[in-house]
Design a protein around this ligand. Structure first.
Ligand code: DAK
Length: 259
């Protein structure tokens, strides 16, 4: 499918979504949010995809929701814009495949929220993160107030949200917002390496582990453990589980088929 504001490629079980409005710093307008939702849902259902990487074209990852579009909206349209944004971000949560943010540049406001909606984040040394919404009389509304405290703790989430301060990749690494920082030219190669490793593992086990890990942030330990038990019970009868154990016992490399 052709997209207007995204580029989507698939190779070796890895899909790459490149946010592609570089002249507007990849700002999230209604069309981008709709396309992102569609792309995530399609890739989530595609057997040729085991991992998704989201990155930005040009010098930004995503510089936030589109301020120019938002400024023209009436209250009714603003509410549907919010709903559209939250739905696109939630599609990443619901997607059973790992989604990695490869943050190449500015990840501000809605862009930082998009990165937070991904399962984990990798950053270029040029990446910058922040929630500048308070400068506009807004606050993060694409899930940032809910996801940021879960990943970086309430104190850091509050400081970033209340001050609108921008932080660099080194600080993002220090506070646990990103897992790794790489020289700008190496970011996609390193993201691909991690994605390839994940793609070589048993896809159903990876998918179930994503849903179980997500539960950890959303529920009590008791309910989470119950969910983990059931998710694990669903993995046991898979062909890939038999293949993985047989490969170990017979000292050979496992070939997983997602069955
Ligand atoms: N929206 C629209 N256009 C943007 C944009 C944005 N977020 N960010 C950049 N652009 C545009 C600029 O207007 C400029 O366009 P032209 O003037 O050339 O037409 C072009 O991209 C290049 O930007 P600059 O000339 O400014 O480039 P610089 O390198 O000098 O600066 C920058 C890069 C990223 C630091 C700067 O552009 C900037 O500060 N951008 C705005 C960042 C920002 O404030 N982001 C937060 C957006 S608000 C809610 C739901 C969601 C949200 C809020 C509420 N509800 C549920 C309540 C989310 C809000 C946001 O994300």
């Amino acid at each position: 499918m052709a997209y207007q504001d995204l580029e989507v490629t698939i190779a070796d079980y890895i899909a790459t979504i490149t946010m592609n409005r570089p002249k507007a710093m990849n700002a999230l307008n209604s069309n981008v949010l709709t396309e992102l939702d569609t792309a995530i849902n399609k890739l989530g259902a595609d057997d040729q995809v085991r991992v998704i990487i989201i990155t930005g074209g040009g010098k930004a990852f995503v510089a936030g929701a589109d301020i120019k579009e938002m400024n023209e909206l009436n209250l009714i349209d603003f509410r549907s814009f919010i709903a559209r944004g939250q739905k696109a971000m939630y599609a990443i949560d619901l997607c059973e495949k790992p989604v990695i943010a490869a943050v190449n540049g500015f990840a501000l406001g809605g862009g930082c929220e998009l990165a937070l909606a991904c399962d984990f984040r990798l950053a270029s040394e040029k990446a910058k993160f922040g929630f500048p919404e308070v400068n506009l009389g807004l606050f993060p509304g694409f899930g940032g107030t809910q996801r940021a405290p879960r990943f970086i703790g309430r104190g850091m989430a509050s400081e970033l949200t209340f001050t609108g301060a921008m932080i660099d990749a080194a600080e993002a690494l220090r506070i646990g917002l990103v897992n790794h920082v790489y020289p700008a030219d190496d970011l996609m190669e390193e993201a691909m390496k991690i994605a390839k490793t994940i793609a070589s593992k048993a896809p159903i086990a990876v998918a179930r582990s994503k849903t179980a890990i997500k539960m950890a942030g959303d529920t009590t330990l008791e309910a989470g453990l119950a969910f983990e038990r059931e998710a694990m019970a669903l993995v046991f009868p898979t062909k890939d589980r038999a293949e993985g154990m047989d490969a170990f016992i017979n000292k050979r490399k496992a070939e997983f088929k997602g069955e």
